[in-house]
Ligand binder design. Structure first.
Ligand SMILES: CC(C)(COP(=O)(O)OP(=O)(O)OC[C@H]1O[C@@H](n2cnc3c(N)ncnc32)[C@H](O)[C@@H]1OP(=O)(O)O)[C@@H](O)C(=O)NCCC(=O)NCCS
Length: 223
């Protein structure tokens, strides 16, 4: 099986809209599934940030990203609707410093084939290529719906991180290299996650090194 990641084109939009609907059967009525018009808008605003995954020549997955406006701190509490402007990416800011993962989805029949892993790798490569500080997103707690009702979201997340519990989405993100920096209650109206998301962050190692180097120089100067 061969996986290819490429930039999306306008010719992909109908296939991607169908794939996006299929990936979120339980979220369609809440208006958080992209329609074809929104996807065209994403490509016009930020073409480099829209990636498509093909498995043996068939489109099976995608990533949609944007750069939040500089005035907004993407590490502060936020909702998906707020930060993405209801999925329109209207305030995409080419001068910002964070690549925001607004969506990643793979068709269920291709789950577990490494497509997600390839998409996350391409996402981090894009962050490095653009010289941005980090990738930030709100991750679904996909299997929280099956956990005992008494388990708090923080306990659930800690158990997945320790490998004591499985979560299809969170595990794929930890495996890719994301860190959980907090929880975002009410991030998305998503019954599976009981409406709580993880604040996931991947720091661009190129930028971390530069910043650490600058701090070391500053410390030496102070001495
Ligand atoms: C999250 C998603 C994109 C992952 O895609 P995927 O193609 O299945 O991911 P991969 O095959 O690359 O698997 C990545 C990792 O997930 C984990 N994983 C695989 N199968 C799993 C399972 N049954 N349960 C838990 N974790 C599993 C593994 O850690 C795997 O890493 P490995 O292959 O090195 O062992 C996909 O499940 C999806 O589209 N889900 C629905 C949409 C969604 O909720 N998106 C997330 C928005 S925040």
């Amino acid at each position: 099986m061969s996986i290819t990641i490429r930039t999306a084109t306008l010719a992909d939009v109908d296939a991607l809209a169908a794939l996006n609907r299929a990936a979120y059967p339980d979220l369609v009525q809440d208006g958080v599934v992209f329609d074809a018009g929104q996807m065209r808008g994403h490509q016009l605003r930020f073409p480099a940030g829209q990636l498509v995954a093909e498995l043996d020549g068939q489109i099976v997955g995608a990533i949609a990203t944007m750069i939040p406006p500089r005035a907004l701190d993407p590490l502060a509490p936020h909702t998906w609707m707020g930060i993405t402007d209801a999925g329109s990416f209207e305030r995409h800011d080419a001068g910002g410093d964070t690549l925001y993962l607004a969506d990643i989805y793979v068709h269920q029949r291709a789950w577990g084939s490494g497509v997600g892993r390839a998409l996350y790798a391409a996402l981090f490569a894009l962050c490095r290529k653009l010289g941005l500080a980090n990738v930030v997103g709100g991750g679904r707690l996909y299997d929280y719906v099956d956990a005992e009702a008494s388990i708090a979201p923080a306990t659930y997340v800690a158990q997945v991180i320790r490998g004591e519990r499985r979560d299809r989405v969170l595990q794929s993100q930890l495996r890719a290299g994301f860190e959980v920096r907090g929880l975002l209650p009410g991030y998305l109206h998503d019954g599976r996650s009981r409406h709580v998301a993880t604040l996931i962050v991947w720091d661009n190692p190129d930028r971390v090194t530069v910043t650490a180097g600058v701090r070391a120089i500053e410390a030496r100067v102070r001495l």
